[in-house]
Write a protein that binds this ligand. Structure first.
Ligand code: ZN
Length: 132
């Protein structure tokens, strides 16, 4: 498994347009908005250097982001690391006994293959592994 970089930091927000204003004020150009139906989210990316800030707004009251905000309020929801080969990374972590949420990749925003590692295995951080 090779970790290539911090791919993005995922931030749960109630209102994408409202929360985007801060990043626009910081002079970061928005790279587009995308809806990921499977995750019940609308996502907006703000590229910063070689990484991105990902704002996530729920499209449904029963979506994972809505539930996260209900429990924790708005804020940093996950950290995403880019790997060279997601299937291989998941197999390696599984073999090492690391608890995974996704044992198989699923599709995320931007056509990336993603999978989540369980926060119980990472000291409370929802860790996303992504390949694109
Ligand atoms: Zn993400």
């Amino acid at each position: 498994m090779k970790i290539l970089k911090v791919d993005h930091i995922g931030i749960a927000v109630k209102n994408l347009a409202e929360s985007s204003k801060l990043y626009e004020m910081l002079g970061i150009a928005q790279a587009g908005v995308e809806e990921v139906a499977e995750q019940k989210v609308r996502v907006s990316f703000f590229p910063v250097g070689d990484s991105e800030i990902e704002l996530l707004e729920s499209t449904s009251p029963d979506g994972p982001i809505a539930k996260y905000i209900e429990k924790n309020g708005e804020g940093i929801q996950h950290l995403a690391l880019r790997v060279d080969n997601l299937e291989a990374a998941l197999a390696e972590l599984k073999a090492k006994g690391v608890r995974l949420i996704d044992e198989k990749p699923r599709y995320g925003a931007g056509g990336a293959k993603i999978a989540f590692v369980h926060p119980k295995a990472t000291g409370g951080i929802l860790l996303e592994l992504s390949e694109r």
